[in-house]
Design a protein around this ligand. Sequence first.
Ligand code: DX5
Ligand code: ZN
Length: 214
Amino acid sequence: MPVEIAPSILTADFANLERELGRIASADWVHLDVMDGHFVPNLSIGLPVIRRLAAISPLPTDVHLMIDNPDAFAPGYAGAGVDSVTFHLEAARAPVRLARAIRGEGARAAVAINPATPVAALENLLEEVDMILIMSVEPGFGGQSFIERSLAKLAQAKALIADRPIRLQIDGGADRRTIGRIARAGADLIVAGSAVFGAEDPAAEIRALREAAR
Ligand code: DX5
Ligand code: ZN
C-alpha cells in the first residue's frame, strides 16, 4: 500500500487556515499540532480552533497533542469531531485508560514516543491503539532535521505491531530527501510540515513526496 501523506499545519499561514486546507486537498490527512508551552517549549492552537478545523476540513483530521496531562484534555479533543487523537506516552499517567477514553469518544486513539523513548515501552498498549507515532525530531518546532536513528525505531515498531491493525506514523524532518528511507523502514503515514507548506506549490510537493516514497 502506498504511504499516506499528512501535512502539518504548524508551518501554514495561521491567519488563513481554511485557505491553507484547500492548498493540501490532495493529501490523505491534515495533521494538527497542539502545543501547550509545557510539554514542549512552544505554543500553537487549542480546542476551539481544532473544533472549527474539524468542522470545515475536507480531509480527515489527525490531532497530535504535545501537551502535559493528556489524561484530562485528550478526551475533549476526541469529542470535537476529529478523526484521530495522538497523545504522548511520556505525558500520560494512565495510557490504557486514556486510549480507551479517546476511542469511547468515537475517535481513533494513537500514542506517540519521543526520540529517546524506546519502542519497547509501547508493548503493553498494542491492543489499545489504532496508530503509533514515532517522533523523528524532538517535538516543538517545524523545520528540524530528521534524526536518523528513527529509521531503526520504525523497523522495531513494525516488528512489534506484527499483523495487528495498527498504523505506523512518523513525524519530523520528512522531505524529498528522507521520505524514501522512511517509507522503506515501514511507515504507513508520513507527516510533512515545512516540506509541504514551505513549498511554492504544496500540491506539487505532495506529488513529489509520494513519488519519492515509492
Ligand atoms: C513537531 C511537530 C511536527 C512538525 C513537523 O513538533 O509535531 O508535526 O510540524 O514539521 P516538519 O515536517 O517541518 O519537521
Ligand atoms: Zn506533529
